[in-house]
Design a protein around this ligand. Structure first.
Ligand SMILES: Nc1ncnc2c1ncn2[C@@H]1O[C@H](COP(=O)(O)OP(=O)(O)OP(=O)(O)O)[C@@H](O)[C@H]1O
Ligand SMILES: N[C@@H](CCO)C(=O)O
Length: 407
């Protein structure tokens, strides 16, 4: 359980009063690792179900949380988000454009948001991946209204500093893996890849779903909540896509399951189909995705090491501190990197098996991706064949080779 700061009932009552809510009871929330969260029952909650969630932001400065409130208001009505309640101000203090959503406690921000229905999924389905893909695209599109995006997002975390600190203590093969992925990322066309406000932490445990037995059996779980907007920043959309795919399309094994990491490519295809139903991806974004998946896993590998580092340096210990396993993200990084390396070492050869010039197959072209080879074959067929020959072009074959097979 992650409740880092203890508050008394009197403090809860006073803070809730600032938002016009009559406090009855605070129940600590067990999920979450960054902030302290409680469900709040009000004196009107006769059925015992809490109406609100009270969050004390342990890391982010209050100014960042104010930005988050603006973002949530922009999304409210389009996506299932919990927009923060406004602070009740005296008439004299209030102006229409000057709503405050945050109160302060020891230089930390507090918000009160409506409690959304639903539960965190223990596992995902292809249908859920499709739905979260569409939701993320809608989030990207909707937040384009807030310009310039850098002004509305929080600054990106300095992950390269964390990398430099942590890689000193890593076995050399792990440090090399991180370095190789980082280098491949810097080789992407970062200056031209589309950018805008991104969630950057859309993990399954930051989403809520209607998972009633009936719905799950019919494969009809519906998205009821998107949570935790503290990391919203201006970033490449394809990085946000990679972060979300990494969690939604992976089955994470616990210690008893040997900490297995099983990435499901059919779930990724469903996610991308959902995403592209709202926002089609550019060819450069598609090409960047394999490296982005590896880089996104590296970022969360570092994020988890960073949480352990700060828990240690700030003396935060005990049963109520939840830490996620960095090794799972390391394994996912290695998995994605092996795909990138395989793709880098693979070529697709277009062959004409009916060549007039030679008994052997004639090489028409060598391509770095299957898509490029297929496009070349289609072009060749269109350019060279008469319409009645179009039906018989099976002599153009594409074969996959690793580079060492060609030497
Ligand atoms: N509006 C809400 N409605 C229902 N439950 C909520 C709401 N807000 C937060 N929660 C619950 O509180 C948990 C923790 O919230 P949140 O993810 O914002 O905390 P966190 O400490 O920032 O977590 P993490 O660091 O894991 O992302 C959520 O996983 C969810 O179970
Ligand atoms: N989603 C993060 C937790 C903090 O945001 C993780 O899985 O490490």
């Amino acid at each position: 359980m992650s409740v880092y700061t203890q508050l008394t009932d009197d403090q809860f009552a006073a803070f809730c009063q600032s938002f016009g809510v009559s406090f009855a009871r605070a129940i600590p929330i067990t999920q979450g690792i960054k902030n302290s969260n409680w469900f709040i029952q009000t004196t009107d909650d006769t059925d015992g179900a809490p109406s609100y969630v009270f969050t004390l932001f342990e890391e982010r400065p209050p100014a960042d949380i104010e930005k988050m409130a603006v973002i949530l208001n922009q999304l409210d009505g389009k996506l299932p988000v919990a927009a923060p309640l406004a602070v009740i101000e005296s008439e004299a203090a209030r102006t229409d454009n000057d709503k405050r959503y945050v109160i302060h406690y020891e230089d930390k921000a507090i918000t009160l948001v409506p409690c959304l229905a639903g539960a965190h999924p223990e596992q995902t389905t292809q249908a859920m991946c499709h739905e979260i893909g569409a939701a993320l695209a809608l989030l990207h599109e909707t937040l384009q209204a807030l310009q310039p995006s850098e002004q509305y997002g929080v600054p990106l975390y300095p992950w390269s500093d964390v990398r430099d600190r942590e890689s000193q203590f890593m076995p050399s093969d792990e440090a090399k893996l991180m370095r190789d992925i980082w280098h491949a990322y810097t080789q992407l066309p970062l200056a031209t890849l589309p950018k805008g406000l991104c969630h950057l932490d859309m993990f399954a445990d930051n989403t809520l779903w209607n998972l009633s037995l009936n719905n799950s059996q019919k494969g009809e779980a519906r998205l009821t909540g998107l949570l935790d907007f503290t990391e919203v920043s201006a970033e490449h959309y394809v990085m946000d896509i990679a972060i979300t795919i990494n969690d939604f399309c992976t089955t994470w094994g616990d210690a008893e399951q040997g900490e297995s990491v099983n990435f499901d490519r059919s779930k990724m295809a469903a996610f991308l189909q959902g995403y592209e139903s709202k926002r089609p991806l550019g060819a450069d974004e598609k090409r960047a995705l394999p490296v982005m998946l590896a880089k996104a896993a590296v970022i969360f590998w570092l994020l988890r090491l960073n949480v352990i580092h700060y828990n240690r340096t700030e003396g935060r210990t005990g049963d109520n501190i939840m830490v996620k396993n960095p090794d799972l993200m390391k394994r996912l990084s290695a998995y994605h990197w092996s795909h990138v390396e395989k793709a880098q070492n693979t070529v697709f050869v277009l062959l004409n098996t009916h060549s007039n010039t030679d008994q052997n197959n004639q090489i028409v072209g060598v391509f770095s991706s299957i898509t490029q080879a297929e496009q070349a074959r289609e072009q060749l067929i269109r350019d060279q064949l008469t319409p009645d020959q179009l039906s018989n072009h099976s002599h153009f074959l594409i074969k996959e080779y690793t580079l060492d097979q060609l030497l």
